[in-house]
Write a protein that binds this ligand. Sequence first.
Ligand SMILES: Cc1cc2nc3c(=O)[nH]c(=O)nc-3n(C[C@H](O)[C@H](O)[C@H](O)COP(=O)(O)OP(=O)(O)OC[C@H]3O[C@@H](n4cnc5c(N)ncnc54)[C@H](O)[C@@H]3O)c2cc1C
Length: 382
Amino acid sequence: MDFELSENQRLLRDMTRDFAAREIAPLAHAMDATGEVPDALLAKMREAGFFGLAYPERYGGLGLDTVTYGLVVEELARQSAGICIMVTVHNSVGYYPVAGFGSAELQARYLPRMAAGELAAFCISEPNAGSDAAALASTARREGDDYILDGSKVWVTNGSRARFFVILARTPGTAGHRGIHAFLVERDTPGLAVAKKEDKLGLRASDTVVIALDGVRVPATHRLGEEGGGFRIAMTALDGGRIGVAFQAIGIGRACLEEALKYARQRETFGRTLAEQPVIQHKIADMTTELEAARLLALRAAWLKDEGRPHTREAAMAKLFATEAAGRAADEALQIHGGYGYVKEYPVERYYRDARVTRIYEGTSEIQRLVIARQTLAGRVG
Ligand SMILES: Cc1cc2nc3c(=O)[nH]c(=O)nc-3n(C[C@H](O)[C@H](O)[C@H](O)COP(=O)(O)OP(=O)(O)OC[C@H]3O[C@@H](n4cnc5c(N)ncnc54)[C@H](O)[C@@H]3O)c2cc1C
């Protein structure tokens, strides 16, 4: 067993750390306050290759393995969880269905544009289908060489800016996971429109919208994978996506720990710094240990994925533990700041709000527990 990172992995992690500290950190507070991401930052991120992290080199991406990708994601989330989710959705659930299941022609045509930074979004959730994604009701009606899509997709990350949408919809009259197809749809296809922008508690630098589908005509050549294979594609993409969310949570948790340390070293009560006081040290010890455990779970899930081995259970465990650890770290970091943790002058207030959603999207904590329990009950214990 080897716990060492390769030279390339360290290099990419450190380069991202520098980039995020230099380019993202100074804007993070304002992006949270306004919900706006400056075009100049996006241009720099494009230039640095963040939108091509997972995309193959032959299409202009960096072709990173999942472990290296995870290290990069942690560094982005350390400075801005909102910017991080923009990058991870584009590089996981927006990417994988096309790269893993699109025809060679579709890949050659679209992956270079996506790798260059034309954003992708992923649309499975609907008003009445979140955890129970197979309950989705949007329809894809075959008409000659096309499909006609109708319905409503909610919680679409990147939805305002995306040029490409991976959309899940079903043949009318079907139910359950059968009859669901996945499509790659271009933004300016008539009938596809942003219907609403959400006003969120946290992750405010990330845009989250409702997408209306009204008679959207999509060529059958834009179907990803087999007819009726859409649900499996989405679930496989989410296995990878959950590893990214685990690393995102670790990045937020590390931000909490680092800010708590900074504050505890300078704040004095009863003639001593907080850092010198055992109760605060216990909090710091618990945060450190939980984040380290979360990182090991996430690295193992990423490694299994890179080895081409099953990782559904490990991705679920990493996401569950990392996101809950990040929630506890955010809570303790705020507590260590006392009243100052509750105001916007200190960044822990933002981390606290940002951490919360990681327990909800790409499968809630309850759903991760269902996934894990199902596998354990089926005999996968070690
Ligand atoms: C900021 C944000 C960004 C998102 N981005 C995207 C995106 O890009 N694309 C996309 O498609 N979706 C996205 N989502 C949607 C997200 O994946 C869903 O919100 C999530 O899967 C939960 O679905 P729901 O909100 O409908 O809650 P519900 O499914 O209604 O669940 C409500 C509660 O009940 C619990 N619950 C439900 N069923 C069970 C059960 N069987 N056992 C135990 N507990 C259960 C849940 O865990 C939850 O606590 C995003 C959501 C948010 C908030």
